[in-house]
Design a protein around this ligand. Sequence first.
Ligand code: GDP
Ligand code: GDP
Length: 436
Amino acid sequence: MTKPVVAIVGRPNVGKSTVFNRIAGERISIVDDAPGVTRDRIYAPAEWLGHEFNLIDTGGIDIGDEPFLEQIKEQAEVAIDEADVIVFLTSVREGLTDADEKVARLLYRSDKPVVLAVNKVDNQELRQDIYDYYALGFGDPVGVSGVHGIGMGDLLDEIVKHFPEEIDEVDDDRIHFSLIGRPNVGKSSLVNAILGENRVIVSSIAGTTRDAVDTQFIAADDSEFTMIDTAGLRKRGKAYENAEKYSVLRAMAAIDRSDVVLVTLNAEEGIREQDKRIAGYAHEAGRGIIITVNKWDTLKKDNHTLSDFENAIRANFAYLDYAPIVFVSAKTKQRLDQLPKMIQEVSKNQNRRIKSSVLNDVLMDAIATNPTPSTNGKKLRVYYATQVAIKPPTFVIFVNDPDLMHFSYERFIENQIRAAFEFSGTPIHIITRRRK
Ligand code: GDP
Ligand code: GDP
């Protein structure tokens, strides 16, 4: 299912990122030890009264060195193109400004629902002033304070009211995969090359989703796949298409619907901060991941080139140590024939279930080789474990006191599980619970 998208627009300093963080909530990130992944967020999953949606902070999308009004225009365009509901944010402290009116004029042209919110309404007195904002022509303004968390419920009520009716997607139990990455890493070229190598069943099923073109194909070994291509729907000619931050939005739309994602890097340019950010989203979403290094043809190679690149990936994407790496070229088609098999393997591992008896044998062996730690004289006791979910495989470990489970010991257990069972390409979640 595709979740509705909500975008926050407004001139700089009205409090977009503050309100964004407030709505997204304090989500505990799995990769908060990875710099650049959680900072600078412009996209987050969120939820209100059972309605799940994705939230975009358009203020975080900087489009080159363009002047300030151009930036606002591009950001408003992103919101108009990507969102189901637009939150137009203003600020009561600075009053109505020319820039607010400029944003309003841009939004008039959209037929997407717009919810007008006035931020920085930190007290009752300021509340009187929100009626000035009727003048913008978007109906009743909702007064909020991002800093104090005031009025957020009213704003969210108003947002979910405008969500589109759910559209059931066509039943399709083939493995869904997509290529994600920065602009220019070669996603479109790879999409075309992969389809060129395989037998396409149905191309570009129209109307499956707003953000993607789905293509079904049969690989040489007769396995069938659905490829989700978000690049294929590029709004050609729009300036923001080449903004690196914007590529995150494309990536998220694809990650949401994929079983396996090919995190695509550009061998010619090496690893960039934005690559890590995009990969981090895929990891957090619990999807199967294959690190795909494209443009491998562009490097002059010696005996070390491949292992050097591999080491750089492992050092930069420490949290993706489970993801296989493949070096390909859309241009020469090098190793593209290996992708279907790899995608299948990763998908199988995502769906793998381990019997409790076998799992507990591994767990007990692990504890025997590396005894559980103690904190302040209290020793962690591990009783048993059970797998509670797939996609990603999720294990609950019952212990005497979850506070005694250190990150490093949990990591050790994860490694033992990985050594005993084939979970290559998939994240594993471990939850520690007190045995009742
Ligand atoms: P953005 O540029 O629209 O993303 O704005 P920011 O979220 O970065 O906020 C700009 C400034 O306004 C920061 O100094 C915030 O602390 C402040 N701010 C945000 N929300 C509120 C609010 O509800 N009340 C007050 N008084 N200040 C706020
Ligand atoms: P996207 O923005 O990630 O979809 O990237 P494109 O597929 O549009 O490719 C960007 C540029 O890289 C284009 O000029 C492609 O011809 C080039 N390119 C893509 N893949 C390869 C490759 O494997 N080798 C070489 N040498 N060039 C490539």
